[in-house]
Design a protein around this ligand. Sequence first.
Ligand code: MSP
Length: 536
Amino acid sequence: MADKKPFFITTPIYYVNAAPHLGTAYCTILCDVQARYRRASGYDVKFLTGMDEHGEKVEEAARNHGMQPQEWCDSQAPLFKDLWKTLEISNDDFIRTTEPRQVKAVQYLWERMKESGYLYKGSYDGWYCVPEETYFTETQVSKSDEANHTEGQHLCPDCGRPLERVQEESYFFKLSAFQDRLLKLYEEHPDFVQPDFRMNEVRSFVEGGLQDLSVSRTSFDWGIKVPFDEKHVTYVWFDALLNYMTAVGYGQDGPEAAAELAYRWPAQYHVVGKDIIRFHCIIWPAMLMAIGAALPEHVFAHGFLMVRNEQTGKGEKMSKSRGNAIAPQDVIDMLGVEGYRYYFMTDVVHGEDSAISFDRMEQVYNADLANSWGNLVSRSLNMSAKYFDGKTPQLDEGWASKDNPLRTVAQGIAARYAQHMDKLQYVQAKDVVMELVHAANHYIEDTAPWAVAKDPARAGELKDIIVNLLESIRICAHLLAPFMPTTSAEVLRRMSLGDEVDTCDLAAACEWGQLKGGLPVTKGDALFPRLAKAKK
Ligand code: MSP
């Protein structure tokens, strides 16, 4: 641990009002790829995910299922945990906001807030959106009403669903006092919010002025009690945001928790959907400023997954109510887990909204995985086994410094890939790897090893060709491992390089010249059997 740099990455904690879906899985895989990449790059990673269990929305879901809230949450936890396991999510921790550690941390936070002077008691009279667990002011609501031409019923300006009128005693957090400090934060740390264009949205919201935030509720009780005023329960977002610090020791007893907090906090990345950036880029930093804690380094906001409407050709937000939601299992059945991960991570631009479709999934899978990567591996391993007696070729002295087109493409590849991976630009990182995959496939066509093999006088040439191919495959397997860990491990094992799986020095592993030769090689089954027809 001592010589490694800490890297702490988090997903949002998911509401347990419904089963996990493609959107939540998308965000979780996005973090998983980053966590795996950082571990391979020598970081001491903590990757956190979990469930957001309090609030009216969850209480309502429990009621609809005839269960007590806790019983309902307990019944939902395995759905999330099982799906993450199936999708090869390598989280180091899974937090639930009903756990004792969270209750302790939230109550500790209340005491610190009270001391800070940024807390006061008042009464809230306004609007509340239960599906979004968000307050709205009279002005925000009436503006949206004009736009929606509604009569009688007030609708949520964000999601369009009916709002609840709330009138209750409440504690308020003086969010309004943080406007200047937040603007200074955005000014001094322009990469606090990523991608860039999301920063503008956050900044202009803060420039428009901030209202104090109601942070406790008295009209219902599914939440963490305010320690000094037990008829109040904590507003679900005030509770939820703190999970990130609870998981690294905040508010817990003992020197170990304090050491963990000092080591792990602040987080390097909070990855969230674009709908919850205000909570993460305005409220959360203000809460941290109020208690004198360090701020997270980056909040990365991804867009929504949209489904292409085959009639209009336009993307529509995927949702259960539209009847266009795709279940993760349907995609797994079609692409397999690794194909699923590859498609969502390398074809869906992180940041923008993105239209997904089964047609496109099939295209990407067949083009990149079946025809390019899978085919390269099976042809090359097959030729190695066939021409070199079931083995990889014995390597000659100085082989690694011989000039050849693949070595040229592989030069500096890890650095080019890292530039993109560091910024969660997976589409571009994949392009860097695919350049080598495509070059290797062309190299096979150009050099025609099957013809070279017929002429014993060209044995040296044949050996060079196969070695160059295997070395390229070895490097690509490392670079693709964060996306498709099982396939990469399998490829390395087929070349008897299993000891390289789970490297923690990716850059060194991707240097040309690390191949070990003269070892058993197996072609094995096709890694990505071609898909015949898209599922509709
Ligand atoms: N519980 C809060 C987060 C608290 S974090 C301190 C919450 N939960 S959620 O379950 O409603 O949403 C979790 C994440 O899923 C959000 O980041 C949201 O953007 C994401 N997605 C929900 N639907 C989505 C798509 N269709 N596409 C991509 N992600 C979307 O908000």
